[in-house]
Design a protein around this ligand. Structure first.
Ligand code: ADP
Length: 432
C-alpha cells in the first residue's frame, strides 16, 4: 500500500480520535458546570417554594409550632394576615400563590397584587402538581412554579409562582458563554489534534522507514550470495564432463556463500525476534570472570596463531544474573570483530571491573579502529565501515546490532570509543 496514503489516513484517524476525546471531555466539563450553576441559582427559589408549600399543606400554620390558629393558606397575598412563625408573620413576598378553580379559572386574580393581564394567558398545567417546573408567562417572564391541591377547598389547586427572570438571564448568559467557548475550544482542538496527530505519527513513520530500509538491506544481503551460488551452479551445469577436483574452487565458493547465507538468516531471525520482543531471556546466576575466561580461551589460541596478543584482566569478582547463551553470543560478536579488524602484533584485551555500582565489561583492540562518523553509526543495522573488507571476512553489519539488543535486554548500555593510540574499545555497563 502507498506509504503516504496510509500515513495520511492514519494521521486523520488519530486527529479525529483526539478531537472526539477533547470534545467529549469539554462536553462533560461544560455540562457539569452548567448543571451546577443552574442548581445553585435555583436553590434559594426552590427552598422558598418548598417552605411555602409546606406552610400551605399544614393549613396555614407552617412551622409556627401550632401557636396560631388556622389561616387561609394563601391569606397573605389575599389580604389576610400571614401565618405566624416564632411569633412573627411568615410572609415571603417572592412567592405569588394562585388559586385555580375546578374549571381552570384563577380565583384570586384581583387579589394577587399584579396587573390582572399578567397571568391572563396562564393555563393550569397538571404536570406542575408536586413538581417544581419552569414556565414562561407571556413568553417573556420566567417563573419557577409548583402546584398542590388546596388543603381545604377540594377540587381547587394552589399554584405557587416565583419570578426567576434574573436567574434565567444569568443562565442564558452563561449558556451563551459556554457555546462561544465550545466553538473556540473546538477550533483550538482541531489545531491541537492536528499537531498531536503529526507528533504521534513521527515515531511510526520513523519505524516504517527503518523497516523498509531493513527489508531492502536484508534482500540485498541475501541476493548477493544467492547470485554467486546460482552462477557457480550454472557454470557447473554447463560443464558436466569436468571432474570435481577441476571445479573445486567454484564448489568451495558456493559452500562459503551458503554458510554466509545461513549466518545471515540466523542473524536476521534474531533481530526480527528481538523487534517483536518474542525472545525471552533465560537468566541464571553466573560467575562473570570465570564465564568470560571460558569464552575467551579458544579466542586466545586463535589470536596466538595469527600473531596477536590477547590479554585478560578480570577483576569484577561478581555473580551476575544474565542469560549465559546471550552473553556468550555478545562476547563472540565482539571477539570476532576484534580478531577481524586487527592485524599481526596487535593486541586484544578483555577486562571486567565494578564501578559506581555497575559492572563493566570492556573489549578493546589496537586494530584499524573506526572513523568519527562510523563511531556514531556502528550499532546501526547493516552498517559497515568498509563494505568490501567486512564482506571478505564474512561480515554482514548485523553483529553489533545484535550485541546492542543483548545488552539492552539486560538493562545495560554499550558504547564504542576510540582506543589510544589506535583501535576501538567496546564498553558494556550492566546493572549489578
Ligand atoms: P560485521 O559483521 O560487518 O563485522 P558488525 O555489526 O559486527 O558487522 O560491525 C559493524 C561494523 O563496525 C563493521 O563492518 C566494522 O566496520 C565496524 N567494526 C566493528 N568492530 C570493529 C573493531 N573491533 N574494529 C574496527 N571496526 C569495527
Amino acid at each position: 500500500m502507498n506509504k503516504n496514503k496510509v500515513i495520511r489516513s492514519q494521521q486523520l484517524r488519530f486527529m479525529v480520535y483526539t478531537l472526539i476525546a477533547f470534545t467529549i471531555l469539554f462536553g462533560i466539563f461544560g455540562t457539569i458546570i452548567f448543571g451546577q450553576i443552574k442548581t445553585t441559582l435555583y436553590a434559594k427559589t426552590d427552598t422558598d417554594l418548598n417552605s411555602y408549600k409546606m406552610m400551605i399543606e399544614s393549613g396555614g400554620r407552617g412551622t409556627n409550632n401550632g401557636t396560631s390558629p388556622d389561616k387561609d393558606p394563601i391569606a397573605d397575598k389575599n389580604g389576610f394576615p400571614p401565618p405566624i412563625k416564632n411569633g412573627r408573620p411568615e410572609f415571603n413576598p417572592r412567592v405569588t400563590p394562585i388559586q385555580w378553580s375546578k374549571e381552570g379559572k384563577i380565583m384570586n386574580i384581583h387579589q394577587i397584587g399584579f396587573n390582572e393581564s399578567l397571568f391572563s394567558d396562564l393555563k393550569f398545567d397538571p404536570s406542575t402538581i408536586g413538581v417544581i417546573t419552569n414556565i414562561k408567562v407571556h413568553n417573556i417572564f420566567h417563573y419557577r412554579t409548583i402546584s398542590i391541591p388546596h388543603p381545604t377547598q377540594t377540587g381547587t389547586y394552589v399554584q405557587l409562582m416565583v419570578n426567576v427572570d434574573s436567574e434565567q438571564n444569568l443562565i442564558d448568559n452563561f449558556k451563551r458563554i459556554i457555546i462561544i467557548c465550545s466553538i473556540i475550544f473546538i477550533l483550538l482542538s482541531i489545531t491541537a489534534s492536528f499537531i498531536l496527530s503529526r507528533k504521534m505519527m513521527k515515531p511510526i513513520i520513523r519505524s516504517w522507514d527503518k523497516q523498509v530500509e531493513f527489508v531492502e538491506n536484508a534482500s540485498h544481503e541475501l541476493r548477493t550470495p544467492l547470485t554467486i551460488i546460482q552462477n557457480k551452479l550454472e557454470l557447473l551445469q554447463t560443464t558436466p564432463e569436468k571432474r570435481i577436483i577441476d571445479t573445486f574452487e567454484n564448489i568451495a565458493l558456493s559452500l562459503s556463500e551458503t554458510r554466509r547465507l545461513s549466518r545471515l538468516t540466523t542473524d536476521l531471525l534474531t533481530l526480527a525476534r528481538a523487534d517483536s520482543t518474542e525472545t525471552q531471556l533465560e537468566k541464571q546466576t553466573i560467575d562473570l570472570d570465570e564465564f568470560i575466561h571460558k569464552v575467551c580461551s579458544p579466542y586466545a589460541e586463535i589470536a596466538e596463531l595469527s600473531e596477536k596478543h590477547m590479554w585478560l584482566k578480570l577483576h569484577s569478582k561478581i555473580r551476575l544474573e544474565a542469560d549465559p547463551a546471550r552473553l556468550h553470543q555478545l562476547l563472540v560478536i565482539l571477539l570476532d570483530n576484534a580478531l577481524k579488524y586487527t592485524g599481526e602484533h596487535d593486541s586484544i584485551g578483555i577486562s571486567t571491573f565494578v564501578k559506581e555500582n555497575k559492572v563493566f565489561i570492556e573489549v578493546s583492540d589496537t586494530g584499524i579502529g573506526i572513523s568519527e562518523a562510523g563511531l556514531s553509526r556502528i550499532f546501526d543495522r547493516f552498517y559497515r565501515e568498509d563494505q568490501a573488507r567486512s564482506r571478505e571476512s564474512g561480515g554482514s553489519g548485523l553483529g553489533l546490532s545484535i550485541a546492542q539488543w543483548i545488552v539492552d535486554s539486560h538493562h545495560g548500555t554499550i558504547q564504542a570509543l576510540h582506543n589510544q593510540p589506535k583501535g576501538i574499545i567496546f564498553r558494556i555497563r550492566l546493572p549489578k
